[in-house]
Write a protein that binds this ligand. Sequence first.
Ligand code: SAH
Ligand code: SF4
Length: 369
Amino acid sequence: MCYRSGTMPPTSAPSRVNLYDLPRAALGELLSTWGYSAHYRDLLWTALYRQQVASFDELQGVKPELVSVLRERARLERPATHHEAFSTDGFTRKLLLRMQDGQTVETVLMRFKGRATVCLSTQAGCAMGCVFCATGQMGFVRHLSPGEIIGQVLHVTRLLRETNESLRNVVLMGMGEPLHNYEGTLAAVDILVDALGLALGPRFITLSTVGVVPGIRRLADEDRPVQLAVSLHGATDAERGALVPAARKWPLAELMDACRYYTDKRKRRIFYEWALIAGQNDTPEQAHALGQLLRGMDAHVNLIPLNPTVGYAERPSGPDAVRGFQDILAGYGLPSTVRQRRGIDIDAGCGQLKAAVERVRPVRVAAVP
Ligand code: SAH
Ligand code: SF4
């Protein structure tokens, strides 16, 4: 499936095209097949993403004839709220949003020091099966369309408007593996950064991947406007493979080659994520192995103490182990930051709210596609 210009989703009823699925170039192509110029494309685009109209009835300055064509052939479909939770720290609001087919995904809004950040899902479930992750424990359902990803953003920008705040950061770190849904995710990124619409800064969009090697290379070749984060969690194939089944498909040597290719080509630093699990991957040996793996690279390590999940019995590392781990990395010249997951009291880890609300039972995922 391709959402970039050149390929059009079907437009006839009953499958009227969801306009949120289309980057501006693709919207322009669709309108031109209906006989409307780029002027109407931009008029419609600003209505969708600047005024953020919720229905075709709210369109202003658009010919009534085009409005009736849109009503007939297109739709503006946004997800609905299924469940909401607020953290006691007051910074985090977690939403479980329901898609048209009933699938629910998580979106997290974090407001901190005037900088609003949204964490978006890119898939319903995930095929990668990381043992500690609530989404991985559910298994894969389907990819989200660009419009379903953008719908999450429009949901939170509406909430932020109530308090005159605006969205600054987008992290693709919710449910799912963004590079397994490359087309859908990157079409959504094109919509996010479009200067006539939401106009997010490319520096403020972070895409986190479990290490899908072909996707990292493609990102490097296509020069897409995102910051890249790679989830490592283990610095040898044996240790990583025990936590991240995808590591068996893309071993560390291949992954690190792809990361070097990315940093050389794009001249951009990569962030490496490491969920610290007590007694598992927080030992001095693992810290040294990580230091050796990343030594000399343009890298920053984000250390995330494990968020406990129903399907995984291990515990987060304690403060001494975290400090010791950081000190060893510093000895290799590697900067690191400890990222406390906000909203831990509302199951704010990836996939945890859905698991809690819908009482999803963990499944074991056998294979990575
Ligand atoms: N699939 C992508 C992005 C979604 S997960 C990826 O894996 O990178 C976003 C981040 O949250 C990843 O670094 C992931 O390893 C981490 N994560 C998932 N479950 C976690 C948990 N229970 N505790 C700590 N970090 C977790
Ligand atoms: Fe999927 Fe990321 Fe969870 Fe692994 S950590 S199962 S890749 S969402």
